[in-house]
Ligand binder design. Sequence first.
Ligand code: NDP
Ligand code: 2IT
Length: 445
Amino acid sequence: MEKNVEIFIEKIIEKNPGEKEFHQAVREVAECVVPFIEKNPRYKKAKILERIAEPERIVMFRVPWLDDNGEIQINRGYRIQMNSAIGPYKGGLRFHPSVNLSILKFLAFEQVFKNSLTTLPMGGGKGGSNFDPKGKSDNEVMKFCQSFMSELYRHIGPDTDVPAGDIGVGGREIGFLFGQYRKICNKFTGILTGKALNWGGSLIRPEATGYGAVYFAEEMLKTRNSSIKGKTCTVSGSGNVAQYTIEKLNHLGAKAVTLSDSSGMIYDPDGIDEKKLAYVMELKNIKRGRIQEYSEKYGVEYVSNKRPWHIPCDIAFPSATQNEISKEDAKKLVDNGCICVSEGANMPTVPEGVDIFLDANILYGLGKAANAGGVATSGLEMSQNSLKLTWTREEVDERLHNIMRSIHSACIKYGKDGKCVNYVKGANIAGFVKVADAMIDQGLV
Ligand code: NDP
Ligand code: 2IT
């Protein structure tokens, strides 16, 4: 079995040289799915895994724009249309200077399995640009978004491909992108999710990824007769996912004690309560400041260039970026008594770290299961756009909660290992089966 995984990965590396994040994401899936395929020869014969690892289409394009000094800037735009066997391509756009083909291919690949797990009819895609929104004026961000959409518009549509937000793309960017699409196409349709409420957005979409990661942790804890209430939690990042993770933790009586950004982290042992969270939202979403300012305002510890994993906690919610939990961080978390990790970010734990969590038998909810609430609620936004109706906050939250429960059940179905659940195995196989069956049904396309 192991040998078959190695042979498969070697071919992936040869075909996609230098794309280390993509190799990492494919390897994780292959380690779970190859042994399953060995027992289910119809998937092997149809070469489903080989086909899933090859994007259906990749679009790369020039994004020229004029900055506030009148100087021309040129960025690169991408859209990876990975798999549409079970629905239109769906997945976020990331604007960050680190963006490259490898990172977007890993994200698009993960998205295929994640979207399959949501129970909704969505294929997988991802896109973005190496544009850095940090330090740019609203006018510059608008100029960039308009130029980006001037090419992207021809590749998307409500039944073709529906992008959304990710790192560096929030409500402001979705607004500028939508406006440009509407102007070019003269159509008001649901071509993006994460829209504002007064022009086609869904209640709970901003909250959904963070809330979903907490709901998923709650389901995992239930399997050990435990709950969120009273737990001390470390959270990384301070953007959309981190903020609403903390909001839900506060609702459920837990205490979140850390936040971070790409410059450093804060540790607030008294807990980031509702009032402090409102300050963080204003700081990050409106003033676009640095998390260091929190430590100055509330007189707590700030450590530059550090992530929060050395702080003792019961539950960790990595909510910043990929590979933000190293092997040493994972070991520290386990040694300090952490019993549960629920990943709001995509692939935040390095493979050696994942092994440490699995060996220690803690509750480890990998990103493609734990953070699927965001895209699931995007799916609910698409449904409301098609129906030309809006659902209440309670209705959307209830649907989100049910979807997170059903993802947890799917992980148990395929990942139960004696008394324990291997969520990595469960999520990867459950996500795979639905897409694989659809691909077989639809023939060699
Ligand atoms: P935001 O842009 O709102 O926030 C990102 C946060 O992570 C910021 O605090 C940012 O710091 C920090 N961060 C980003 N890149 C790095 C880096 N290279 N090193 C250290 N810190 C970094 O993004 P989101 O909250 O939307 O996304 C966070 C994670 O969640 C990502 O992995 C994303 O893929 C994932 N995710 C998001 C979903 C969504 O619906 N938004 C859905 C599912 C997953 P700084 O302010 O310094 O840039
Ligand atoms: O990684 C993700 O699932 C997202 N960034 C959300 C994608 C979406 O289409 O809502």
